[in-house]
Design a protein around this ligand. Structure first.
Ligand code: SF4
Length: 364
């Protein structure tokens, strides 16, 4: 890859317009370029047949179209697929495809590693390495889309859901709000009609509570917001999530209370139940009390065991009891089934620190 050239997948629609103009072309050429960049089969400027040949040559001299080739694949018994993508600098990031009959949710990464150090999370044990560029974020979606199309062509019986990525959640490696501008640019590309043409309601950004950036997500993107909450007790939350020492529960929940979003939308609170730590009846009642007045839904997750981390999930009956207390307090509460745990693809299990087991390279 020539580092002096511009990766066009780093540019939003506005960025492509400005880029076309910088090459002496009318701005609308930017729109034409974008309409080619995200087609599954286009890898070269020579295929952009509505651009003049001379301009295609100028583009080839100055720019390139990045893509993720040969991902490392691991398939779980429940149909989830974990993708490992090698970046140009040799780092590996992971994405997880969670297929259901009517949808394909893709959990994507926003950073290599993570600085936030949540105690229950394998990514947190890696430390922070670097932010992902917009192209590295959207290429996770492009590569999984190509995988789905190839699967449909070669072995359609293996497809569980549709042949495209329908939903995207920023719940992979990294804290998205610590890479805000690149995440917002990638969302702009995802939702642009000539880009990946996804609806904002199908995209969710999850944060552990980086309060100053939260408002920007609502104001500049309109996507769904999820909060990794896990406790509303400051002592317990600070122990589990160091970010709470900077932005405590009250500050976080007040920010949620004033989060800019349309009336019909709800904030999703993610609450991983850890046996003996945050799973008591008292914890459930305190949660119900402190979320009062916030338009929200609650996802209860049983903890996915991570090697070397000391936490355990409570038994099923305790999870149901916790849920009932919240339902009786008039909340919408889901118990989220763990998916992909047998390939370490479930929530909090993503990490490329350990030596990678290469199970299968897939030619897209
Ligand atoms: S839970 Fe999210 S924010 Fe916390 S360490 Fe893991 S990746 Fe980072």
């Amino acid at each position: 890859m020539n580092s002096t050239k511009t990766d066009l997948k780093n540019l939003t629609q506005e960025g492509l317009t400005a880029y076309a103009e910088s090459l002496g072309q009318p701005g609308f050429r930017g729109k034409q370029i974008m309409s080619w960049l995200y087609r599954p089969d286009v890898v070269d400027f020579s295929e952009m047949t509505d651009l003049a040949k001379a301009f295609r040559r100028v583009l080839a001299e100055n720019a390139y179209i990045s893509r993720f080739d040969d991902p490392i694949l691991e398939k779980a018994s429940d149909g989830c697929v974990k993708f490992g993508f090698r970046l140009d600098d040799g780092h590996i990031i992971e994405s997880v495809l969670i297929p259901e009959p009517d949808r394909n949710t893709l959990c994507i990464s926003s950073q290599v590693g993570c600085a936030m150090g949540c105690r229950f999370c394998m990514t947190g044990t890696m430390g922070f390495i670097r932010n992902l560029m917009p192209s590295e974020i959207v290429n996770q979606i492009c590569a999984v889309r190509d995988y789905l199309l190839t699967t449909e062509r070669n072995s359609p019986q293996e497809l569980i859901g549709p042949n495209r990525v329908t939903n995207v959640v920023f719940m992979g490696m990294g804290e998205p709000l610590n890479n805000l501008q690149n995440v917002l640019d990638s969302i702009s590309i995802m939702t642009e009609q000539k880009g990946l043409d996804m609806a904002t309601r199908k995209i969710t950004v999850s944060t552990c509570g980086v309060v100053p950036q939260m408002r920007s997500v609502g104001e500049h993107s309109g996507v769904n917001l999820a909060i990794s909450l896990h406790s509303v007790n400051d002592k317990v939350r600070s122990e589990l999530m160091p970010v709470n020492r900077k932005y405590d529960v009250k500050t976080l929940l007040d920010t949620c209370r004033h989060f800019p979003m349309p009336k019909r939308k709800r904030i999703m609170f993610e609450y991983t139940l850890l046996e003996g730590i945050n799973d008591s009846d008292r914890d459930a009642r305190e949660l119900a009390k402190k979320l009062r007045g916030i338009p929200c839904k609650i996802n209860l997750l049983s903890y996915n065991q991570c090697a070397g981390l000391p936490y355990k999930s409570p038994p099923k009956d305790k999870i149901l009891r916790f849920q009932n207390i919240l339902i009786n307090a008039h909340y919408t509460v889901f118990i989220r089934n763990s998916r992909g745990a047998d390939i370490a693809a479930a929530c909090g299990q993503l990490s490329t620190k350990a030596k990678k087991k290469q199970t299968q390279n897939y030619q897209l």
